[in-house]
Design a protein. Structure first.
Lengths: 96, 483
């Protein structure tokens, strides 16, 4: 799905899996490029969400990165060594 | 940081304003939350060495030559990756509170910009009205699909449907097709699509007509099906979108024929734009609600001056009209800001803006024409199911909104309190126009009588620590009314 092509890449982890993405990727592009479309569950319904507005307005794409909770995946660049996780800091409905 | 003129938003309007002010001798700080200049329409690649995808045509390509002067202009300091989160008067000018947005909270750095004059060039955000399945992963705004393409050279899917209404659909579809996506059709709800050129009013803007024809030709070459008078009725799938349901609609977007089911792995949808007014409102600038669209526009005079002395506005914030209108207004706004800062006398201001009134008038005429060509129909309301989400942040269902409206509160602030629409992460940026439109239709009032959700938000997300540390220039920190 990604148009990764030749060029420098960065390595990161998403929910424990080792992945790569082209340098300069936003986290949203890095995840979508690896076939991952959702990285958050909504609070009331427990429905999966990912990219929506793509320009930092809607906050649907919130994701946890390293020690920082709830960052906008469409605005933040992935960095080498980032440990990214489906967001449990916002609206994650734990399995009861 | 101190400067004479701060321009917020580095799209075509903001860049033109920055150039006009700097050319008049001002020190200018040009601020944008994106990592580079261009705004949404001239969005540049964020990848090292990445060639900016033309994104479908002349309007989506690289920076026009006149705007490239922004880089390296001795009078312009670029503050890219910087978000203004609060703003207000300070001394004889204004103080903008900023955070570096690209770090996104990973060690966010704060700064204040004190300016004698401010140009608001904050652009517009996309309007998407709800339909069953619009929250499925893989369903994104047309602008998101285009931003991923232009800045990230990433396709949101392999088989992508483009739907909704407005002049953005064709360039987005053409850009996706050029990049190798299988575009599973372009479905424009309006009956007068951009492909139809019969209106004499359009013929008065031949450049725009040629641009639309270029997109249509590109799509025809790629054997992409384009249909006018069809609406996206539903998206279906388990954990992601797998099918899109399209229906033929009348001019009010009410279903008028059989449905067509199209297999997809992504959908790009857009129903128009709404001006982004967080900053103008923080600065106290008056805006007026529109009668035909669930949005408001900043009120400006012939000098692009807002109701707040020293604050000027240009581009989509004063009325959605595209890059040409933004650049023309930006040039006037920048010169007016320079005049306010004392760098131009009246004769100098007039010399730098002569002839612009007529050209701005023409650009606004075209904007009004577009609004008439792509009206927001109300048929989508009939397509909502009781459990369809209307507020994406708070998972508020359509039946909760209709229940609150039936209970009788006449103002949207009460509706917000009853339903939590507009109280989530996005603070009503997505559902606000939807709630306003639904309230108007369901209670038989005009859009401009209903008003908006009255959100009083911080302009961009910040940590509590940042709020606590803010130097607002007044005792007691950030005014209570803003929290």
């Amino acid at each position: 799905m990604s148009a990764s092509g030749p060029g420098p890449t960065v390595s990161f982890r998403y929910d424990g899996a080792a992945l790569t993405a082209p340098a300069g990727s936003t986290i949203a592009a890095a995840l979508i490029g690896n076939g991952i479309l959702s990285w958050r569950m909504t609070r009331r319904r427990g429905e999966p969400r990912g990219l929506f507005c793509g320009i930092g307005q809607c906050q649907d794409c919130l994701v946890d990165v390293n020690e920082s909770p709830a960052l906008r995946a469409c605005q933040v660049f992935v960095r080498d060594g980032d440990d990214i996780a489906a967001s449990r800091s916002v609206g994650w409905r734990d399995a009861d | 940081m101190r400067t004479e003129v701060a321009v917020v938003g580095a799209g075509p309007g903001g860049m033109s304003a920055a150039l006009a002010a700097a050319d008049a001798g001002c020190q200018v700080v040009l601020i944008d939350s994106a990592s580079g200049v261009g705004g949404q329409i001239y969005r540049q690649s964020q990848r090292p060495g990445g060639e900016t995808d033309p994104g479908g045509g002349p309007a989506g390509g690289g920076l026009p030559a006149p705007l490239r002067r922004v880089a390296g202009h001795p009078g312009i300091t670029l503050a890219m990756g910087v978000s203004v989160w609060q703003a207000g008067p300070a001394g004889s000018g204004f103080r903008l509170h900023c955070v570096t947005s690209q770090a996104g909270g990973q060690g966010d750095a704060a700064d204040v910009v004190d300016a004698q004059a401010v140009v608001v060039a904050t652009g517009a955000s996309e309007l998407v009205v709800p339909f069953p399945g619009w929250t499925l992963p893989g369903v994104v705004t047309a602008g998101a699909a285009q931003a991923m393409l232009k800045a990230q050279q990433t396709l949101i899917g392999r088989r992508i449907l483009v739907a909704g209404t407005g002049p953005l659909l064709l360039p987005v579809a053409a850009g996706l097709a050029r990049r190798g996506a299988r575009v599973a059709g372009v479905y424009e709800a309006a009956h007068i699509g951009p492909m139809l050129s019969g209106l004499p009013a359009i013929a008065r803007h031949p450049g725009k007509l040629a641009e639309a024809a270029g997109y249509a030709a590109a799509l025809a070459r790629g054997r992409v099906r384009t249909r006018a008078g069809w609406a996206l009725a539903e998206c279906r799938g388990r954990d992601r979108v797998e099918e899109a349901v399209l229906t033929r609609v009348d001019r009010h977007w009410r279903a008028s024929g059989p449905a067509r089911v199209v297999p997809v792995d992504a959908v790009a949808v857009s129903h128009g734009f709404v001006p982004v007014l967080d900053l103008s409102r923080a600065l106290g600038c008056r805006d007026e609600p529109l009668a035909q669209h669930p949005a408001a526009t900043v009120v400006v005079d012939a000098r692009q001056a807002t109701s707040t002395a020293g604050v000027f506005a240009c581009g989509e914030a004063t009325g959605v009209g595209g890059a040409a209108k933004a650049e023309l207004e930006g040039t006037v706004a920048g010169a007016a800001a320079a005049r306010h800062a004392g760098r131009l006398d009246e004769a100098g201001f007039r010399a730098r803006t002569s002839g612009s009134a007529a050209r701005i008038g023409r650009a606004r005429e075209f904007a009004a024409l577009l609004a008439r060509l792509y009206p927001l129909g109300d048929g989508w309301l009939a397509g909502l199911r009781p459990d369809t989400v209307v507020c994406r942040c708070e998972d508020v269902a359509w039946e909760e909104l209709t229940g609150a409206l039936a209970a009788g509160p006449s103002d949207l602030r009460s509706v917000k309190g009853l339903t939590r629409c507009g109280m989530g992460y996005c603070q009503g940026r997505v559902c606000g126009p939807v709630v306003q439109y639904a309230a108007a239709r369901l209670t038989g009032r005009r859009l401009d009588a209903v008003g908006d959700l009255h959100t009083r938000h911080i302009i961009t997300p910040v940590t509590l620590g940042r709020l606590a540390a803010a130097d607002t220039g007044e005792p007691g920190g950030v005014p209570d009314s803003e929290l």
